[in-house]
Each structure stands twice: as structure tokens, then as C-alpha cells.
Design a protein around this ligand. Structure first.
Ligand code: S3P
Length: 438
């Protein structure tokens, strides 16, 4: 028999067993926003003078970024009360390989930083990250003048970057990606002349918002962002709660009768809470206060929805959990224009479809999306996260709130990349039985 492990210590287990099913009820705060946390560390590291960051995500992804900036001689200290003090600027080229673990945002944004540094940087990550495309940042940074190589002619990490001597460009990425936009803008800070990124669909604006906060000259015109070269000045950053983590609890509240969840302290800005609009289109009783950052969700009868390329940039991280909501909704949900999900922490079209099938849902995978037959009664499942935290957390809320019996999630340890103590919050909100799986 596997020995019992307290829920708070279940972050590192490779397999989690969740026994449901009942409603999610309660009020909580989720970890600091991951996207903002990466940027807060990187901009503080590039800036002159100290910055103090409050509410930083303690997930492994962000911790890898924190360790990486230390390799440049940046001093990071504990400022007490959960705050972190960063003393920039970057003092030299990194003195060792930068290991970004599972973090796509970490490695891609850091590539932009390294492109601007006169010196050599080597960037790598775990087995999943080393399979994800890096040419989307290597190509524009190369156009700016950085010499970038990697496996498969620079397509895959490890990446080797000889930075410095950059010239500003105007660039239109083929994919709508905040990571690509951000890498180019960060490199643009040390380029000759201005740098502009024109997006096909607008994406989250954290980099441009934070560049402004750190004193850069940045302007947004329609779908285009332009940054001028210049130095950043250290400042204090407060990291709000992560809306994409709140989405798991929103759907948890909707998966069983009598569910009601309130999530406080969320980032209320552009491009991160579009899942709320999607849930409203599905008929959910959901409210997100843009002035308060409070999300309230009550159990509702859901109906199917159609999601297209226009919708995807705003819900890029929430598709797996929205697909789970679609599985219990009345009617057939069609998701298209989501081909880039195949290049996430896992091939998210394949891994989401496989997860839904394991719960007994009828789903057809298409090249760029899924067709999900709703009104499913979920059966307990054995799910492989494929190293993807969002698949693991989606399966956990489904197992806790909708699938009567015991669900097992393999690859549970991936959750620690973004949401340490997720299992503890799950137990508190749903009263599900949670233990180490066998
Ligand atoms: C992120 C951008 C998105 C998102 C990721 C975080 C960011 O990736 O999926 O979780 O912080 O810029 P893409 O830019 O590749 O769409």
C-alpha cells in the first residue's frame, strides 16, 4: 500500500489519485501570475537600481527564471514578507548554461534578453521544452543581428546565442504569440533604432505594460507595439493572481450542482480573462469585477460554444479546462484555429482529446482544434498529463467534481511548474479524497 501523504506535500508525486465527486465551494487566492512574474524578474534584472517584487509566482517555471538571472551577476535576495529584491543591471554574460526547465515563456523571453547582450549565452530546458519550436524567436532575433544556433539548425533548444550589435526591425510574427512579441521587444531595448512588432491577433500586453513601468519608451498603435532603445530603471512590482489558474476553479464550480467559487486578487488587464466571456457564452453564471479582480462563478446549466481563431489568443492557456466544461455542456462544441496549441507544454490538442476520451467523452481531434460531444456523464479516468500542468489540473477538477469514483493522474508533478499546493486547494474546495497514486 502507498503511504498516505498530506495534501500539502503532494506537489512532487508522479501520480495523483483523486476520489470525487462533489461541488467546489469556497473562496481562495491563486498563485502570482506566471507571465507577469517572468517579466518582473527579467525587467528588474535588466534595469539599473533595485526592484522589489511582491507576490511572485513560486512555481518551478518562474524559479528557473530567477536562477537564470543570477547567472548574469544579478543579486536576488529575500526582502521579507514574501517579497523578492532584485539588484540589476545584468553585469556580464551568463557564467553557465541557463536552464529554463519546462518554461516556454522563460526561455523565449530570455532569448530576447541574451540577444541584446554582448557575449555568449546557452539556453536549455527539460525534455518537453527541448521539443518545442524556438525558431519563432530565433528568426526575428537573427534578423536583428544576433547569431543564434541550436539543434535542427536553430529550431530546438539548447540554443546558443552570440548577442550584441543589434539593429531594430519591424516584424510581423506568423503566429499570434506574446512570447515572440516580448522576445523581440526586449532585444529592441539595446538595438540601434526603433523596433516594432505587428501582431495578426493582439495578445497579452504584460511586456509593453511593464516596459512602460520600468521607464522604457514604448507605444502601442492598433496591433503594433514599438519600443525605442534605452535603459530601464528599477521599480517595485506587485504581481496579481493568475487568471489562467483561476479558470480551473471557475470550471470546477460549474462541473457539479451547487458549486460556487470566488477567486480574489486576479489580474484584471487585457487579454487574460477572455475565458470568462467564453463561459458566459456557454450560459455560465459568472462575474469578473474588472475594478476588483474578483471572479465569482456559480453552478449553471452549460451549452455548447463555437471557438475560432479570433478567440484563441485570449484563451490560449484555458482551452483544456474549457474543453472539459464543453464535455458536460448541452450540444456539440467546435474549436478551430487553435493549431498552435500543438506546440505548448504538450501537444494540447492531442493531450486534451486523450484526456476527454479517458473520461468517456466523445471527441474528434482535427488539425487545428476539436469537436466535443457534450452532455457527457464523466466516468473516472486514468489520465497522462504528458508533462503538461494544465492537463493535470483539468483532470484533477474533473475527477474531484464530476467523475464519480477514483481518477488517477500520471505526470502529476508537472503541476509544480505553475501551481504548488494545487492539491491542497483542491481538497479544501471540493473535499475530494486525494492521495499518491500507484
Ligand atoms: C505567455 C504566452 C502564451 C501562453 C504562455 C504564457 C506569455 O504563449 O501560452 O502560457 O507569458 O507570454 P504564446 O505566446 O506562445 O502563445
Amino acid at each position: 500500500m502507498t503511504p498516505a501523504v498530506p495534501a500539502a506535500d503532494l506537489d512532487a508525486v508522479s501520480s495523483l489519485q483523486v476520489t470525487g465527486a462533489g461541488p467546489a465551494r469556497g473562496t481562495l487566492q491563486v498563485p502570482g501570475d506566471k507571465s507577469i512574474s517572468h517579466r518582473a524578474l527579467l525587467l528588474s534584472a535588466m534595469a539599473h537600481g533595485p526592484s522589489v517584487i511582491t507576490g511572485l509566482s513560486r512555481g518551478q517555471d518562474v524559479t528557473h527564471t530567477l536562477r537564470a538571472i543570477e547567472r548574469f551577476g544579478v543579486v536576488v535576495t529575500d526582502a521579507g514578507e514574501g517579497r523578492v529584491r532584485v539588484e540589476g543591471p545584468l553585469r556580464h554574460e551568463p557564467d553557465d548554461v541557463l536552464d529554463h526547465g519546462n518554461a516556454g515563456t522563460g526561455i523565449r523571453l530570455m532569448s530576447g534578453v541574451c540577444a541584446g547582450i554582448d557575449g555568449l549565452s546557452v539556453l536549455t530546458g527539460d525534455q518537453f521544452l527541448r521539443r518545442r519550436p524556438m525558431d519563432r524567436v530565433a528568426v526575428p532575433l537573427g534578423l536583428m543581428g544576433a547569431a543564434i544556433d541550436g539543434r535542427e539548425r536553430g529550431r530546438l533548444a539548447p540554443l546558443v546565442i552570440h548577442g550584441g550589435g543589434l539593429t531594430g526591425i519591424t516584424y510581423s510574427p506568423k503566429v499570434a504569440s506574446a512570447q515572440v512579441k516580448s522576445a523581440v521587444l526586449l532585444a529592441g531595448l539595446s538595438a540601434k533604432g526603433s523596433t516594432t512588432v505587428e501582431e495578426i491577433h493582439p495578445t497579452r500586453r504584460h511586456t509593453e505594460e511593464m516596459l512602460d513601468q520600468f521607464g522604457a519608451r514604448v507605444r502601442v498603435e492598433g496591433h503594433a507595439v514599438t519600443v525605442e532603445p534605452g535603459e530601464l530603471t528599477g521599480t517595485d512590482v506587485r504581481v496579481p493572481g493568475d487568471p489562467s489558474q483561476a479558470a480551473f476553479w471557475a470550471v470546477a464550480a460549474l462541473l457539479a450542482d451547487e458549486g460556487e467559487v470566488i477567486v480574489e486578487g486576479l489580474y484584471p488587464g487585457y487579454g487574460r480573462s477572455d475565458f470568462v466571456g467564453v463561459l458566459k457564452r456557454m450560459g455560465a453564471d459568472v462575474d469578473f469585477g474588472l475594478s476588483t479582480g474578483v471572479l465569482t462563478v456559480r453552478s449553471s446549466r452549460l451549452k455548447a460554444v463555437e471557438l475560432t481563431a479570433e478567440d484563441i489568443p485570449g484563451i490560449v492557456d484555458e482551452v483544456p479546462v474549457l474543453a472539459m466544461a464543453a464535455a458536460v455542456a448541452e450540444g456539440t462544441t467546435v474549436i478551430s484555429g487553435a493549431g498552435d496549441l500543438r506546440a505548448k507544454e504538450s501537444d494540447r490538442i492531442a493531450s486534451t482529446s486523450a484526456m476527454l476520451r479517458a473520461f468517456g467523452v466523445r471527441v474528434t481531434e482535427t488539425e487545428d482544434g476539436m469537436v466535443i460531444e457534450g452532455a457527457s456523464r464523466l466516468r473516472p479516468a486514468r489520465v497522462d498529463s504528458h508533462g503538461d500542468h494544465r492537463i493535470a489540473m483539468t483532470a484533477a477538477v474533473a475527477g474531484a467534481c464530476a467523475a464519480e469514483g477514483t481518477t488517477v493522474i500520471d505526470g502529476w508533478d508537472s503541476v509544480a511548474t505553475s501551481y504548488p499546493r494545487f492539491a491542497a486547494d483542491l481538497v479544501r474546495l471540493t473535499r475530494a479524497g486525494v492521495e499518491q497514486g500507484a
